[in-house]
Write a protein that binds this ligand. Structure first.
Ligand SMILES: Cc1ncc(C[n+]2csc(CCOP(=O)(O)OP(=O)(O)O)c2C)c(N)n1
Length: 1113
């Protein structure tokens, strides 16, 4: 929760309107450090960010590499090592601000400067210009990337304070319209934080764009570069976007070392002058795999894998002298202690790996059906040596050339020429050779995996170079970071457990490859075949770590492991008689407890049965996690039982839908789903678990392994494929993982917005508040909101979940004549209330009133404002927190008392009329108003009222008085019948001491009457008050007069009380003859309920015209 208090106190974004930056109006100095998430193993992100913070820095800067996020055109990756959202959220959780540098070009010593090389398939491509082929690709990529980061912006509750437009464009400057294009591409997708460009001194002249702050990159302060920037941009704050405290290395040249003393002197000067800066790099990490780029200033020089950069933290995250000096320096400028230094990570020297097998490179090409006749290595050409002697021979021979891509240039004018392969003539004795057949070997982990099934030779046989070598490494106990050294080897690539560590080359300067602990597996296999553990346990562990107390379900084999594991961990498993009930119950738990409600249902029909309830939760903005079973990963789309495309069904209903593909993904996926459900505008999320992700290895293996393996190649391939699939499914399944909740992002009003509202409200004579359901969402406690409303003294109309917010008899709670009050009001505060059908689309609001609207959701906030109403101030933010801040800003101010009094007087007149209506005799049976008045009088002080029906509950909404905050549950905007049983079940479980009432129409009762069985089995006694008029009255009320028929509206006076008894409850039939005893029967029902029985009061009611004129669809 620290995170939330932080975000509530600082709301106005970074401003650059004077000589210093301000954030939320307060001057700030950015003390930044660059760490690239794609260069640090994900398991180490937290450690490195903690070290950044402990050094006294307050901001994290990171590039976003397009080529890694879209490795193949149209295929996007934002998960695992590339989970940018998680990385930024982690920074937020550690109270760090973030400067995002999304490119599209970033340089960063990455292959092609972070641009995807597939762009160059277009022969005419002009990178980093407004060439349509380039801008179209940028637009598609930004359509995916930017929506991920916009909710993380500072003004929306996240940590991102600034976003960079391109990178060092001044040094390229091939298209004067290009920077405007990038700027607009960001802004049009919702980037609202401060924009900046970043250039070295020479690039500043051409690197700017209108309305965007320019910043500088430099290594030395002494050449007047900063003054140059200051002169270019007078009255603007200064930011050294990249202060180069180290440098990158290229193969074959010395390692760069920059003096620690120089760095400290420079940082001290920046601190003394109050200049903001970002250390590039604070921690460089490694360019794993084939990600590193090259330089070409006349000659091509590929970069090494290590991106150590001589930074304050080493490649493997260790402290250096630079780090300690920097920390001492920055600490001396701060008046509070810096956070403690995170512990040093253990290292380990492992036993040397013995390569027991090898396979010639040419052999490996069998994978691709290639045949090479001559396989002898005759020479190596590189960018320095361009010629080699071919031994003479008379016979015909085949010349094979193996071309290695050492990395594309990442900087300078040569970007467009970075096509790789045989791109020029190959000459033999000055004659160009033609008709090469070219094959591309991607060397991806998949390719390497495929090699495993080929024939390897033992090392007793002499290898033919180049070759693949295979060996295993023994790792006992907890794996530790280590380094791979290859003495005596010349050039190659190292893969460990499918991860590409990068290139080795004896020319140096890099002699070792960093191998992070998180990529090693304890023991020498990655799959614990004997383990009895199953994925259901992982699900239960995350739920428990998030404080989830109940899981609602209707059982099915697909999800049994989740239920069994939950029970074992003390999460109460509540099985219902319909999947919709399970979700409705989860919805109620979410609303009443301020956490996420959880339901688990089986694949196929189990899931389709929940659809109405999930949609209802979406419309009610209720955070619900739906866990669904699914067909086995291997069998999806192959006609397995209950195998349908579930994702397509739930995508439109949920904020987040995903299907778990491997056991190791379970924990991070469920954590993410739970955080998303509560962030922004809360709502349902769906996680699908294929059955083989939930059962133990040995059972899944039994299912997957073919009974009789067919002989021959096909059989072998099938067996291999299945085995590989299984290995993948369970690899690293039971490694320890972080279970704790991820930060929840909640948008908050800015201080300016609150201040503006304070002024408007303080001037208003006749203000009115319309409180909606969102006011009851966390983090603001409902009881504090109640106090805030009481101190404001403004009359309130309460809707949805906020009914009851002011208690039973508050002088501020106005229930009747809302239309008249709105006509008279000079200020209306729509606190979470939406201008949909419930407010006649905004038409009830007067054009003369000032209107403040607050809502977490932008679409809801502005609904119909283009047509029927216009907000004076519209604030996207949390309603409860806003009300607390508003009342604080108005301390000492109270709305003039005559205004609520005059409304209350009118309320009383209406109330007297209703009472008179209640005493009228209906043609037969009981008067529904009278029944409701009587029951309301007798309800306990801690009652919760659940409503499910049409006319009868519509009447109840006017007559019954919820007792306090969170004591009223209705379906919400979706108007769903059938919520009763589930809502009551959830309510009773959350508040076992409360008296839970369900007010039912007789029609609606039918949907969930079977849940009386659930109430009995789970000992959750509730009381149902059924207004039995043998009719779907709300519909017939208009169908009959307008269309002249009551077809399909007529029910019978069914003995529902007996149905309840059949399910183990108590039932009472109440007719006109029982009118005088009604009170006694209610009291008896309350007694029975306290004794543990659920009770159904089947009250026969007559027709009243009370609801004539109200909505009836
Ligand atoms: C799932 C669903 N089906 C149908 C409707 C349409 N509908 C709205 S009110 C209503 C009548 C409710 O009848 P009942 O529960 O008997 O209450 P009454 O109006 O008689 O008091 C119906 C059918 C709906 N809102 N939801």
């Amino acid at each position: 929760m620290i995170f939330q208090s932080w975000r509530m106190s600082q709301r106005e974004g970074l401003r650059a309107d004077s000589s210093h930056f301000t954030l939320d109006g307060v001057p700030v100095q950015i003390l930044g450090g660059s760490i690239h998430y794609f260069r640090v193993p994900r398991a180490c992100w937290r450690d490195r960010l903690l070290k950044l913070k402990a050094c006294g820095l307050n901001t994290l800067a990171t590039y976003v590499p397009w080529n890694l996020h879209e490795p193949v055109k149209g295929m996007y990756r934002f998960e695992d090592q590339l989970d940018l959202e998680e990385y930024i959220s982690l920074a937020a959780a550690l109270d760090l601000w973030v400067i995002l540098r999304p490119g599209p070009y970033i340089c960063a010593e990455l292959d092609l400067g972070g641009l995807p090389s597939w762009l160059l398939r277009d022969k005419n491509m002009k990178l980093r210009t407004t060439y349509p082929g380039f801008t179209a690709a940028v637009n598609s990529y930004f359509d995916k990337l930017i929506p991920i980061v916009t909710p993380l912006q500072f003004s929306r509750g996240g940590p991102i304070i600034a976003v960079q437009v391109e990178n060092e464009y001044g040094s390229y400057a091939k298209d004067e319209h290009y920077l405007t294009f990038v700027k607009e591409a960001l802004m049009s997708r919702g980037v609202t934080e401060l924009l900046l460009t970043s250039d070295n001194r020479d690039g500043l002249k051409c690197g700017g764009v209108e309305g965007v702050l320019q910043t500088i990159n430099l290594q030395k302060l002494s050449y007047g570069a900063i003054q140059y920037l200051a002169d270019m941009q007078p009255q603007k704050p200064l930011l050294v976007m990249e202060y180069w405290c180290g440098w990158f290395d290229v193969w074959g040249e010395p390692h760069h070392i920059f003096s620690a003393q120089d760095m400290i002197a420079a940082v001290k000067e920046l601190m003394d002058r109050g200049i903001s800066f970002n250390l590039y790099m604070f921690h460089g990490g490694s360019s794993f795999g084939f990600t590193s780029g090259a330089v070409d200033f006349g000659s091509y020089k590929p970069q090494v894998n290590s991106y150590d950069y001589d930074a304050p933290l080493t490649e493997s995250g260790d402290y250096t002298t630079k780090y300690h000096l920097l920390r001492d320096l920055l600490g001396s400028y701060q008046n509070k202690e810096l956070p403690q230094l995170p512990a040093v990570q253990g290292r380990k020297v492992y036993e040397p790996v013995v390569f027991s097998q090898h396979m010639s490179f040419w052999e490996s090409l069998r994978c691709t059906d290639m045949v090479f006749i001559d396989k002898h290595l005759i020479g190596i050409l590189d960018y320095r040596t361009q010629e080699t002697a071919v031994p003479h021979s008379e016979r015909e021979r085949i010349l094979g050339l193996l071309v290695e891509n050492c990395g594309r240039v990442n900087f300078g004018p040569a970007l467009n020429e970075q096509r790789k392969g045989l791109v020029g003539d190959i000459t033999l004795n000055h004659t160009p050779l033609k008709k090469f057949t070219m094959y591309s070997l991607d060397m991806t982990p998949n390719f390497i995996n495929r090699l495993q099934s080929l024939k390897w030779k033992s090392t007793d046989e002499k290898p033919l170079y180049p070759s693949f070598f295979r060996g295993s490494m023994a790792v006992d106990g907890q794996p530790r970071d280590t380094f791979v050294k290859l003495p005596g080897w010349s050039k190659g690539v190292v893969f460990v457990n499918g991860q590409n560590l990068g290139r080795h080359w004896s020319v140096g300067p890099q002699n070792t490859l960093y191998l992070p602990a998180s990529w090693l597996k304890s023991g020498d296999n990655q799959v614990e075949r004997e383990s009895p553990r199953h994925g259901g346990e992982s699900v239960a562990e995350v739920l428990r770590a998030h404080g989830i107390r109940f899981i609602f379900t209707l059982v099915g084999g697909h999800i049994s492991p989740v239920l069994v594991a939950c029970e074992k961990l003390g999460i109460r498993v509540v099985d219902t008689r319909h999947e919709a009930t399970a979700v409705f119950a989860a919805d109620a738990v979410a609303r009443l407890s301020g956490t996420v409600g959880v339901a688990a249902v089986t694949a196929g029909p189990g899931l389709t049965n929940t659809i109405t309830a999930v949609k209802n939760a979406q419309m009610a903005e209720s955070p619900v996690l739906l866990i669904g079973g699914a067909a086995a990963t291997l069998l999806q789309g192959r006609g397995a039982l209950q195998d349908i495309d579930q994702m397509s069904l739930f995508k439109p209903l949920c904020k987040f839908c995903t299907s778990v593909r491997r056991v190791r993904e379970i924990v991070p996926t469920v954590r993410k789903a739970l955080a998303i459900a509560q962030s922004g505008t809360p709502g349902p999320v769906f996680v699908e678990f294929p059955i083989d992700t939930l059962y133990p290895y040995h059972l899944v293996e039994k299912e997957v392994s073919p009974k009789n393996i067919p002989k021959g190649i096909m059989g072998k391939i099938t067996a291999w494929y299945l085995k590989n699939h299984l290995t993948n499914l369970f690899a690293g399944a039971w490694e320890p993982r972080e279970l704790s909740p991820l930060p929840v992002l909640i948008p908050q009003a800015s201080d300016q917005e609150v201040q503006r509202c304070v002024e408007l409200v303080s001037r208003a004579k006749k203000p009115v508040i319309l409180l909606g359901s969102q006011a009851t969402l966390p983090p603001a406690p409902v009881h504090d909101i109640r106090k805030a409303l009481e101190s404001l003294g403004i009359p309130c109309f309460l809707g949805g979940m906020s009914r009851g917010m002011l208690g039973r008899d508050s002088p501020l709670h106005i229930r009747q004549n809302r239309g008249d009050a709105l006509k008279e009001a000079d200020l209306v505060l729509l606190a979470g209330t939406v201008c949909d059908f419930r407010l006649s689309y905004g038409k009830v609001l007067s054009r003369r009133s000032q209107i403040i609207a607050v809502n977490r959701d932008r679409t809801q906030l502005l609904k119909n404002s283009d047509l029927f109403w216009k907000p004076t101030v519209a604030i996207q933010g949390d309603v409860g927190s806003f009300l607390l801040r508003l009342s604080k800003g108005l301390t000492g101010h109270r709305c003039p008392e005559e205004w609520p009094q005059s409304l209350k007087d009118k309320d009383r007149t209406k109330e007297t009329a209703n009472r008179a209506k209640a005493s009228e005799r209906t043609e037969r049976h009981l008067n529904p108003l009278s029944v409701l008045y009587n029951v309301d009088k007798l309800m306990a002080e801690d009652s919760i009222i659940v409503t499910d029906g049409g006319d009868f509950v519509g009447t109840a909404a006017y007559i019954m008085r919820p007792r306090g905050p969170l004591s009223w549950l209705d379906p919400g905007a979706f108007g769903t019948l059938g919520v009763g049983g589930g809502f009551a079940l959830g309510a009773k479980l959350c508040r076992p001491d409360a008296e839970v009432w369900i007010v039912y129409g007789d029609g609606s009762l039918g949907y969930s009457v079977a849940e009386f069985d659930t109430f009995t089995r789970h000992k959750t006694p509730v009381i149902a008050l059924v207004g039995n008029d043998a009719c779907w009255s709300q519909i017939s009320r208009e169908q009959v007069p307008i269309l002249g028929s009551s077809v399909a509206c007529v029910l019978a006076f069914t003995d529902y009380h007996i149905v309840a008894e059949g399910y183990g409850g108590k039932g009472h039939l109440i007719g006109r003859e029982d009118e005088v005893q009604l009170g006694d029967i209610v009291k008896e029902a309350q007694r029975e309920c306290r004794d543990g029985k659920s009770v159904l009061l089947n009250v026969l009611i007559g027709k009243s015209n009370f609801r004539d004129g109200s909505i009836s669809v």
